[in-house]
Write a protein that binds this ligand. Structure first.
Ligand SMILES: [Zn+2]
Length: 277
């Protein structure tokens, strides 16, 4: 499932290649995503030029001329790829190409999503701050507002397990199951620890680890799982650097203790029983 580093890598790639292009046509083949895609509304994209590509949490914010904002969330399995030919990239099935924008240089921008939990919605630029999807989002973890004192104050009044706190998009936007596990290993804090028991010192360590892990993954183009691809159709390289995620029973890279796995909510949670307290 794409998280902040994957979406940020995709954003940077689209910003380099998409800005300046014009959308010539829109084809919606499947309307049934997380919310129904509105082909009539998306028709407003025809003739518009791509102006900028931004990000908020796990959402891509694609700005077009005419004060339009295309909101894209990749859900569990979505990808947005720029294609120069009619061929569907390896690893993707043409059956799941739900939305295609033809561009003025002969390429296509294609939204593919086998599980269809993603979202594609056209807004006006003025709706950015009031859109229900964006309004509820919490702090951006790479911005200064996300600091140790702030996280400690958020955690102090909550009983949830620490990992669930980090994954709560209303508190911190962009972190999911993979990066929450990696961040807490890096900070040496147990994911099952109750938020209200977090010390100020641990909160500071978690914030530092968050910025470090996310930045590092962005630098590697993110992590590839299943069929996530970045805008050029190239997989990320962070998978090889994962310390705990998906490594149950394998030796901790720091202390050789077998990595443990706990259940939090419905999710498997990986941690080192010795390094993380
Ligand atoms: Zn360890």
């Amino acid at each position: 499932m794409p998280e902040l580093p994957e979406v940020e890598s995709l954003r940077a790639s689209l910003a380099r290649t998409l800005v300046g292009r014009t959308c010539l046509s829109v084809e919606v083949r499947e309307q049934r995503l997380r919310r129904r895609v509105d082909p009539v509304a998306l028709g407003a994209l025809v003739g518009r030029k791509f102006v900028a590509v931004g990000r908020r949490g796990k959402y891509l914010l694609i700005e077009l001329s005419g004060q339009l904002l295309l909101l894209v969330h990749l859900g569990m399995s979505g990808s947005l790829t720029r294609r120069q030919s009619d061929l569907t990239p390896a690893g993707l099935s043409v059956r799941h190409d739900h939305l295609t924008l033809a561009l003025d240089d002969g390429s296509r921008l294609v939204y593919n999503d086998p599980r269809r939990f993603g979202l594609v919605r056209l807004l006006s630029l003025g709706e950015r701050d009031s859109a229900p999807e964006l309004r509820i989002l919490g702090a951006e973890p790479l911005e200064d507002r996300f600091n140790g004192g702030w996280l400690w104050r958020q955690a102090r009044r909550r009983r949830a397990a620490l990992k669930n706190l980090l994954m709560d998009q209303r508190i911190v936007a962009g972190i999911g199951n993979i990066y929450a596990a990696e961040i807490l290993f890096c900070a040496a804090v147990r994911p099952t620890r109750r938020s209200s028991r977090l010390t100020r010192e641990q909160a500071a360590r978690i914030v530092e680890a968050t910025k470090q892990v996310l930045q590092r993954s962005i630098g590697r183009g993110g992590t590839t799982f299943r069929n996530y691809l970045d805008g050029r159709g190239v997989p990320g390289r962070f998978a090889a650097e994962l310390q705990v995620y998906g490594r149950a029973g394998k030796p901790c890279r720091r202390c050789r203790t077998p990595i443990g796995v706990a259940r939090l909510g419905q999710r498997a949670t990986f941690y080192c029983p010795k390094c993380q307290r």
